[in-house]
Each structure stands twice: as structure tokens, then as C-alpha cells.
Design a protein around this ligand. Structure first.
Ligand code: DAH
Length: 357
């Protein structure tokens, strides 16, 4: 068959010159597509004599194969070139310093909660939890605070709304962590040793009060616990927490859920407008405590003839302010990033007993 050489030369040259994949595709169609020049040539084989066909057939097939592989090679070359161009354009300098990212901090309340938990855990206390929306039974009655008791009025309680005509007593935002005592004893009985840190709510707002704040409750029930055990546990706690020997002072007080009851002060000095814990001859009130009232044990299903123990409730925000020299309680809950960066803790400062953080 005539002209195959020039056919080959033409198509191979056009393939070689194709600028991109679209152009290459056009060339493929024009050469070996259904109506491509080479395909038409192959159709002519039918009109040939067998001798002619024997010579022209293999030659045409070879040409078609050659064009095909030239197309494939060019396609690959174009793709490689495109990738090269992209790599040139999108280079990255891996030696550049990383972009600075602000790291968040742990809020002092979270940090102190962890510290308190670590110290009490070391004394065998585990952590108990309860709901922040409580029934008035758990928050008051079971703790020996009946409806007419002045303590109820003093708590500045937030009540939830009841639908019109629903006479059930409204739920409350718990005013203290003490209801967790009841829930824990109900569920697990005696003996027990738990702390219950968490949020509590009272309708109060001034320099030293916020409507939401944090308490940690303590409860230890066994057969022969006494105020002496309470005092030891608290002194041990304060000494570990403040990292210095801290004396405590117990003042007789009254809480409906304990008998006897005591308010506990820690030793401190007030010099130059700063409070220093563990020195001097001043005292600072930090918690309420006492021997759990028999009626409270009873309400929680624990037999007061067999079991007794102590409880305490302490303000977490308060002891955080004391340890870390934070002057204003309200700033705790302002979510001011500058404050959080200043007083917050690095995630790597993991509290542990006697870790000094
Ligand atoms: N629940 C009391 C309050 O919020 C604090 C308290 C006092 C808790 C004496 C106790 C306790 O467990 O024994 O003011």
C-alpha cells in the first residue's frame, strides 16, 4: 500500500506536537477514531485482492499499533509535564517556622478541682456526682431542712417553672453539693468515702458572690468515725493543697444536716493587703462541716444506729483565689481571654498530690 510512510510521519509528528490532552484526543479521533484516516484505510483492505491484503494488512496494523503507543506515551508525557508544572508552582518551604497557634489554658476552677480530687483520692475518697437541677427533697428535706426552716429562705434558691395548675413543688437549681450525700448513700449505702465537686446556684451577686459557683462536698460514713477524723482529714488536705503546714480552727455552728456542726477556719496572715495561708495569727473561714445528722442518714436509707460519719462543704472558687492570689471572684466567670491566659494553667501542669501546682 502506498503512502504508509508519509502517513506514519504525519501522525507521529502531530502527536509529538500536541500541546495538551484535548489536542491529543482530537488527533486520536482523526487518526484511529471510527472515521479516522487510518481506520478508513483499513476499510479499504476489504476491496483488495488477497495478495494485496496480505501485504497491506500487517503494515496497516503495525502502523495503527505504533500510533496507539505514540498516543499513550504522549498522554503520559503530558500528565508528567502537568505534574511538574504544579510542583513548581505549589512548592512548600518545610524549613519555615510553624505558624503560631494560641494554646488554650485550663481554668483555675478546673485545675483546683483536679488538685482537690487528687489529694482526697490519696486519702481513699472517690468522686460522686449528682444533677445540678434537683428536686426540693434532695436539696432540702432529705437534708433535714423542712419547708418552714429558715435555711431554705437563706439559700436564695432558683426555682424552675411549673406549668399552670401543676401543684408539685418546683425543682431547684441545687444550692449546695450536699444533696449528692443523699444520692450517694441511697445508691451505695455505708460505709463510704466520697467527695462531690460541682456547680451550685444561688440568687446572689456582688463582689464575693456569683449566682453560680463551685463547691466540693465531702462525706465519710463508717462505724466509728468522729470529729477527730474530720479534723485530721481537713488538716491533711489543707497542708497538701497549700503546700505548707496549715492549722485549722473549728468553731461551733449550726447546719440542719449535721450535729454537732462546725465552721472551719484556716490559719493565715493579712499583711500588706495580701492573704498568706499557713502563717500568722489570723483566721479565714473556708468551710462548713459536722457529724452527719441521724435524720440525714435515715433519709438516705442508712441505719443511724449502726453508722455514723462526717461531712463538709467547701467553696472551690474561694480556695482557688486563696492559693493563686486571684483577687476578684466575678472575673472567674467573665470568660475574658486575657484573664484566662494570665490565671489559666498549661495542660501539662497535671495536678498530683504534693506536685506543688
Ligand atoms: N451545704 C453547706 C452550704 O452550702 C455547706 C456544708 C456545711 C456542707 C456543713 C456540709 C456540712 O456537708 O456538713 O453552705
Amino acid at each position: 500500500m502506498d503512502g504508509l510512510d508519509s502517513l506514519r510521519a504525519t501522525w507521529l509528528e502531530r502527536i509529538g506536537n500536541a500541546g495538551d490532552e484535548a489536542a491529543l484526543e482530537e488527533i486520536r479521533v482523526a487518526a484511529i477514531g471510527k472515521k479516522g484516516e487510518i481506520s478508513l484505510k483499513m476499510r479499504e483492505l476489504g476491496k483488495m485482492t488477497p495478495e494485496e491484503r496480505q501485504a497491506a494488512g500487517p503494515a496497516l496494523n503495525a502502523l495503527k499499533d505504533e500510533v496507539n503507543s505514540a498516543l499513550a506515551a504522549k498522554k503520559q508525557a503530558l500528565a508528567d509535564a502537568a505534574l511538574d508544572a504544579r510542583l513548581q508552582a505549589e512548592w512548600l518551604d518545610v524549613t519555615l517556622p510553624a505558624r503560631h497557634r494560641r494554646v488554650g489554658t485550663i481554668h483555675p476552677v478546673s485545675q483546683v478541682t483536679e488538685e482537690v480530687t487528687a489529694i482526697f483520692a490519696d486519702m481513699g475518697f472517690s468522686v460522686a456526682e449528682g444533677p445540678q437541677i434537683e428536686t426540693d427533697w434532695y436539696n432540702f428535706d432529705a437534708l433535714n431542712i423542712p419547708g418552714h426552716h429558715p435555711a431554705r429562705a437563706e439559700m436564695d434558691t432558683f426555682y424552675t417553672h411549673r406549668a399552670e395548675g401543676d401543684d408539685r413543688p418546683p425543682h431547684v437549681l441545687r444550692t449546695h453539693t450536699s444533696p449528692v450525700q443523699i444520692r450517694h448513700m441511697e445508691a451505695h449505702g455505708a460505709p463510704c468515702r466520697v467527695i462531690a465537686p460541682g456547680r451550685v446556684y444561688r440568687a446572689d451577686y456582688d463582689q464575693t458572690h456569683t449566682p453560680m459557683f463551685h463547691q466540693v462536698e465531702g462525706l465519710a460514713i463508717d462505724r466509728d468515725l468522729s470529729m477527730a477524723n474530720l479534723k485530721w482529714v481537713l488538716e491533711e488536705f489543707f497542708t497538701a493543697y497549700f503546700g505548707t503546714k496549715v492549722k485549722t480552727r473549728f468553731r461551733a455552728s449550726h447546719f440542719p444536716f449535721t450535729e454537732p456542726s462546725a465552721e472551719v477556719d484556716i490559719q493565715c496572715s493579712f499583711e500588706g493587703g495580701t492573704v498568706k495561708v499557713g502563717e500568722g495569727d489570723g483566721w479565714l473561714e473556708v468551710l462548713g462541716s459536722g457529724m452527719v445528722h441521724p435524720k440525714v442518714l435515715q433519709a438516705a436509707g442508712v441505719d443511724p444506729a449502726e453508722w455514723q460519719g462526717f461531712a463538709f462543704g467547701m467553696g472551690i472558687d474561694r480556695i482557688a483565689m486563696l492559693k493563686y492570689g486571684i483577687p476578684d471572684l466575678r472575673a472567674f466567670f467573665d470568660s475574658d481571654l486575657r484573664w484566662l491566659r494570665h490565671y489559666g494553667f498549661s495542660a501539662l501542669q497535671v495536678p498530683a498530690v504534693h506536685s506543688g501546682v
